[in-house]
Ligand binder design. Structure first.
Ligand SMILES: [Zn+2]
Ligand SMILES: [Zn+2]
Ligand SMILES: [Zn+2]
Length: 265
């Protein structure tokens, strides 16, 4: 099955430009240097209707959905519980009302750790005793190792984010791993035979919970996908200049970048 993969946001947690910063990247006139918080969209056709999957709903989700023309969401997958990945959940409300008119609810797949934070932050959405009338019509569901979504198998890829265990996802021949500081050996085995891999690469200077660009390039070589995109990028990495230094087949992603993917193995 063929589909489309779109970067809704490729910035690190603070976004680029970073508030209060006047460095060359934050003041750049190149639109590729403007990065919203990290999220991606995967779309495919099933039985003549479009299916839309979002990974993470960060604080920029509303703007990203407007920009990309997202009119419905069939499911959301969460990588982990940090603000830059979850704080747009409430903006699913209008889209969930659309789905509710068809008698359905939007499934949100989250690990136990992520579900615990979501239920706390969005108590008025998830608490059975909440009285808020316009709550999102969403269901928080456990993240299994494999999830079957409208004809596509999603494989959970465990990775490390500092000391936190978080999740990446594989759909057929594309995988998305963000906020990664280490990839366990068992997860490399789940990343064989990819056409395309997306890896986070924060900057050059080491960070306790994010890979540097050099580290991400080394993983990309080992994984050996035909194309590698880097995301979750901080303001230390200018788009055009950094891309000139990368090996063939590897590039920094940018907001709005869309490419075709094979969603079956
Ligand atoms: Zn993040
Ligand atoms: Zn800056
Ligand atoms: Zn994070």
């Amino acid at each position: 099955m063929q589909g489309l993969f779109t970067f809704l946001g490729t910035g690190t947690s603070m976004g680029v430009p970073t508030l209060g910063c006047d460095c060359p990247v934050c003041t750049s006139s190149d639109p590729h240097d403007r990065r919203l918080r990290p999220s991606v969209l995967v779309r495919w056709q099933q039985d003549a209707r479009e299916r839309v999957l979002v990974i993470d709903t960060g604080p920029d989700f509303r703007e990203q959905a407007l920009r990309t023309g997202i009119h419905r969401v069939d499911a959301v997958l969460y990588t982990h519980n940090h603000a830059d990945h979850i704080l747009g959940l409430d903006d699913l409300r209008p889209l969930s009302f659309t789905v509710a008119r068809e008698g359905a609810r939007i499934p949100l797949y989250a690990s136990e750790d992520t579900a615990a934070v979501l239920t706390r932050v969005y108590d008025y959405t998830f608490s059975p005793s909440a009285t808020y009338p316009n709550r999102a019509r969403v269901d928080l569901l456990p993240l299994a190792d494999r999830i079957h979504l409208h004809g596509v198998d999603v494989v959970r890829i465990p990775v490390l984010h500092g000391r936190q265990k978080i999740d990446g996802f594989r759909f057929g021949r594309v995988a998305y791993l963000t906020d990664v500081s280490d990839i366990p050996e068992a997860s490399f085995a789940l990343l064989e035979g990819l056409d395309c891999i997306v890896l986070s690469a924060l900057r050059h200077k080491p960070h306790p919970s994010h890979a540097t660009l050099d580290q991400a390039v080394a993983w990309a070589r080992r994984i050996g996908a035909r194309r590698t995109f880097f995301t979750h990028i901080a303001h230390e990495l200018p788009h055009a200049e950094t891309n000139r230094t990368l090996p063939e087949g590897m590039e920094l992603a940018y907001d709005g970048l869309t490419f075709a993917v094979t969603l079956t193995v």
